[in-house]
Design a binder for this molecule. Structure first.
Ligand code: SAM
Ligand code: SF4
Length: 461
């Protein structure tokens, strides 16, 4: 037992268990279609599915669950890297302290404002602020100033309405201050739950303390942060071990705080300058296993957002949409200042999807999904347990569809060319007719679309 991860139980299970037969698989998937989630024991059985036919069945169920709960919408955001200075030695990352092959940079507040302008002018409304752990005692004050700067930038076509952050583990008091800065979700990836692997991969620096890193979400929630986002860096150890441990982590948060994580991120290791491990992962996750991982997560924790970044290529991102991914980044850069400069040699890792936000949006529309920049829940205080209480009886769709449509209409009016406008409004019409069954709600949505066309902005339910 390390902290709350029951290492021995996981290892013994993985040594002994056989894949489920078709009857057992069918029973679990029928249960999953109740939309209430499945037990950890059932999820563990799904992890052992090892045929393409079985994985296809998982994928079908995951798609059913995603569409029943959230509908056909996909939330978009952009990461903003503010510093690549770092005192840690994470062997997979280009930002690690001893890597001399990249140049180092921490953005000034003016530069952060310029990056924000560039993102707003592309059409973004949601930012994920990302940073290395290189600023010591000044890190929190800098982050809070950076958040204030991003929120303060107003452009003729809008502003950033929600900032999530992905920064190093902290003390409870620091999380409290971060909350006061009005962040959305606090994200921190465990990278690997396997302690021995963790120690091998994190050679030195504050992040090398496994227990401290593992306890970060407890401290964040104790500090009053309502929405936390967890993640695993796939490729470091057996993905089955990681998912079983992740489920233990989720249960821990649910038992202790009455609510689990708001999001789960699923990065796979990508090549990074100066890292051998990143180019040659010890436990590579194949595309087929990756599909299985996303589908199992969607089936097991139906009300938790699943985030996929531009580490993945366009094809995998298209497929992941049908497996239950609910948020993706788009038009991303993984280096500080990346949106206002041309040279990207100091990036954190190589991107798999280089398309612009516009191209990604066109693609999502062609896949019959509404691209959403919605920030409604967070701004109306539907966070943490309140969000889950609304999501669990299936009521969230009544907010997701209208809010997705309103923010997409803003995008069409402010940023789209005629071709996309035509396709986009056709999709909106089909979505209202096919999915918003309450007459009054549909009427209200149509009325608000007209208001947006006339110039009104930022409508949300
Ligand atoms: N420095 C903080 C930390 O490590 O928690 C937060 C930001 S870090 C820049 C964001 C995430 O990038 C890490 O948690 C890790 O999972 C991911 N990452 C690092 N190197 C990567 C690589 N080579 N491929 C894919 N993801 C990587
Ligand atoms: Fe630093 Fe985060 Fe990269 Fe580790 S993963 S080297 S902590 S930026």
């Amino acid at each position: 037992m390390t902290g709350f991860i029951d290492n021995r139980k996981i290892e013994e299970y993985l040594k002994k268990a056989d894949p489920p037969d078709s009857k057992e698989l069918e029973d679990i998937l029928v249960h999953a279609r109740d939309l209430k989630g499945i037990s950890s024991e059932e999820a563990e059985r799904l992890l052992l599915v090892d045929t393409e036919e079985g994985i296809d069945k998982l994928a079908e169920t995951a798609n059913f669950i995603k569409e029943s709960i959230y509908g056909k919408r996909l939330v978009l955001f952009a990461p903003m890297y503010v510093s690549n200075m770092c005192n840690n030695e994470c062997l997979y990352c280009a930002f690690r302290k001893s890597n001399k092959l990249i140049s180092r940079n921490t953005l000034t507040l003016d530069q952060i404002a310029e990056e924000t302008e560039a993102l707003i002018d592309q059409g973004h409304k949601r930012v994920l602020l990302v940073s290395g752990e290189g600023m010591g005692k000044t890190a929190l004050d800098y982050t809070i100033d950076a958040i204030g700067t991003v929120y303060s930038v107003k452009r003729p076509k809008g502003n950033i309405r929600r900032i999530n952050v992905n920064i190093a583990a902290m003390e409870v008091g620091h999380y409290r201050k971060l909350r006061e800065a009005k962040i959305g979700t606090y994200q921190l990836f465990q990278e690997t739950y396997h302690e021995e692997t963790y120690r091998k991969m994190h050679k030195s620096g504050p992040k090398s303390n496994y227990e401290y890193h593992l306890g970060a979400m407890d401290r964040a929630m104790e500090g009053g942060i309502d929405d936390v986002g967890v993640g695993i860096l796939f490729g470091l150890t057996d993905y089955k071990y990681e998912i079983m441990a992740l489920l233990q982590h989720i249960k821990r948060l649910e038992d202790k705080f009455g609510v689990g994580p708001h999001t789960i991120s699923v990065p796979r290791l990508e090549p990074a300058t100066g890292s051998d491990i990143a180019s040659d992962p010890p436990f590579p996750v194949t595309d087929s296993d990756f599909r299985k991982i996303i589908a199992i997560l969607r089936i097991t924790v139906p009300y938790t957002g699943i985030i996929l970044s531009t580490r993945e290529n366009a094809e995998m991102r298209r497929e992941a949409l049908h497996l239950g991914v609910s948020q993706i980044s788009a038009g991303s850069k993984s280096d500080p200042g990346g949106y206002t400069k041309k040279d990207h040699t100091d990036a954190q890792f190589s991107l798999g999807d280089h398309r612009s936000l516009h191209e990604v949006i066109e693609d999502i529309v062609d896949l019959d999904h509404i691209p959403s920049f919605c920030t409604g829940c967070y701004r109306l205080g539907r966070v943490g347990k309140d969000f889950m209480d609304l999501a669990k009886p299936g009521l969230i769709k009544a907010h997701c569809y209208p809010n997705a449509i309103f923010t997409f209409t803003e995008y069409l009016e402010d940023f789209a060319d005629e071709k996309l406008k035509q396709k986009g409004y056709d999709l909106i019409e089909r979505t209202i007719n096919g999915n918003i069954t309450q007459l009054k709600l549909a009427e209200g949505v149509r009325k608000n679309i007209e208001e947006i066309k006339k110039g009104k902005r930022d409508i949300y339910y």
